[in-house]
Design a protein around this ligand. Sequence first.
Ligand code: F6P
Length: 318
Amino acid sequence: MSLQTIGILTSGGDAPGMNACIATIAALAEKHGLDVRGIFRGFRGLVEGDTIPIGTELSGLARRGGSFLGTSRKGSVEQALEEAGVEEVLNRAKIDGLIVLGGGGSLDATFHMSSHGARVIGIPCTIDNDVYGTDYALGFDSAVNKVLRAADEIMDTAESLSERVFMIETLGGNAGHMAIAAAYSAGADAVFIHEVTPDVDGAAERIKAKMDSGGTHGLVVLGENLGTVDIAQRLEECTGKRIRLTVLGHTLRGGNPTYVDRCLAREFGEAAFNLLVSGESGRMVTWSLGKTGHVALSDITGKTRNFDLAKYRAVNGD
Ligand code: F6P
């Protein structure tokens, strides 16, 4: 079947760079005489056939965070697609091929579609950076830079008004990539992540020793849903210092993409477009050793990327 209309869908948590990536694909399609339809609200909109034609008029949105198409959590999308019939869903949405931007769950659903005969390409997009098979997912750099900026600003206070231990809670789901990257680059004294039981007493001992020998402050970065309040209480008990907590939450998912994410958005968009028009399907574009590549969705489905143990150890002094 020839490819005339490409659908683009953004799924899961939105990530800075999604709009830039959509704009790249729309511009390339126009150059090649192909049509593009944007699908509203992720797979939910796909099943309902909720789409619009999009073109290069969107280029002004490229600098904005979020996804102008909206996203939805995957939910029971595989079941909904099966009930409606993958081919029927694509016909109803008036598309011949589909590019999906999303994290692990969304890419699993993309694999599911490809195994039912759909022409699909995935692009890893999640601030959590936990997609297997790629060094970077779109949005991660923007989120980490926000944590870093917050840490820098908090450090201004920490160095002026001393004798406190600052804790910064990031997002990242069950993956420690964001917390580790931010802690490592901010020079934190400790990082706590889901993948490893937090050694709060050990961190407290290090921070106390540093502050007792002239250090003005302590800095701890941790992932979400780790029991932040309990950790703060324990740190206070063990260090005898004041603990000050900043929860960054959803501030990390929004905002304009960084330079790195804007470049990645263009590189990923172009790579996905080229794969689709050259007749490939069931693949995800990747970033490794400074270059785009691609991998079979069947090889990455159900897997998650391991955290960076060397950086984790460097922060925690292991
Ligand atoms: O997957 C991206 C992410 O922002 C995670 O870091 C976070 O755990 C989750 O989404 C929050 O999801 P929601 O916005 O649906 O609460």
